[in-house]
Design a protein around this ligand. Sequence first.
Ligand code: 5GP
Ligand code: ZN
Length: 113
Amino acid sequence: MSDNCLFCKIIKGAVPSDKLYEDDDVFVFRDIAPQAPVHFLVIPKKHVKGPGAVEAGDERLMGKLIRVADQVARQEGISQYRLVFNNGEKAGQTVFHIHMHVLGGRSLTWPPG
Ligand code: 5GP
Ligand code: ZN
């Protein structure tokens, strides 16, 4: 938990969100500015700044994010999607609590811009 972290506040409910899933370790909610018909974020409840701050002890938790992403994607009616982690401002990271974007519901081009 980090006091001035937006996503920690969302986990606590101090900032409202459109929640799709929650358990002891993971919280999932819709992105406020969706870039595809389905766009949600999968985050660990543990405050980790980003992919570059993942520690050895977090490996199981990070794997769980993928499993939950697939489960919620299917709940949302899609089985084809893109998973994205941005690490650092240059890569497009704006919130420094690690989050996996799940995007789908339309054809996605590659490479990204
Ligand atoms: P990043 O750019 O750090 O990879 O992704 C941050 C994401 O969080 C963005 O896609 C942005 O739209 C989303 N976001 C920022 N603030 C909020 C918020 O208050 N609520 C929700 N649901 N999403 C947010
Ligand atoms: Zn946080």
